[in-house]
Design a protein. Structure first.
Length: 84
């Protein structure tokens, strides 16, 4: 039986973090500004996103996209992995 190959898109955590940081800076926001928008007590979540350790929730991606005047597709960097 022949194995079926499937190309699966996955989120590139590092690339997405770099993209978030770049768009934040391009739009003139500090980490503190973003922290205030979300009402976070501490900035660790934002640093974690920018370092590619975590990705924002879908709700938070919607907010970031609006702040940066872009789409979620522009925020999230993907790569393709091949599955058999």
């Amino acid at each position: 039986m022949e194995k079926i190959k499937f190309l699966k898109p996955v989120i590139d955590l590092k690339g997405t973090g770099t993209q978030i940081k770049s768009l934040r800076k391009e739009n003139g926001f500090s980490v503190r500004d973003i922290q205030d928008v979300f009402g976070f007590e501490f900035p660790q979540a934002i640093y974690s996103w920018e370092q590619g350790k975590n990705v924002p929730t879908i709700d938070n991606l919607l907010v970031l996209a609006r702040l940066f005047n872009t789409s979620i597709d522009e925020l999230i960097i993907t790569r393709i992995v091949e599955l058999e």
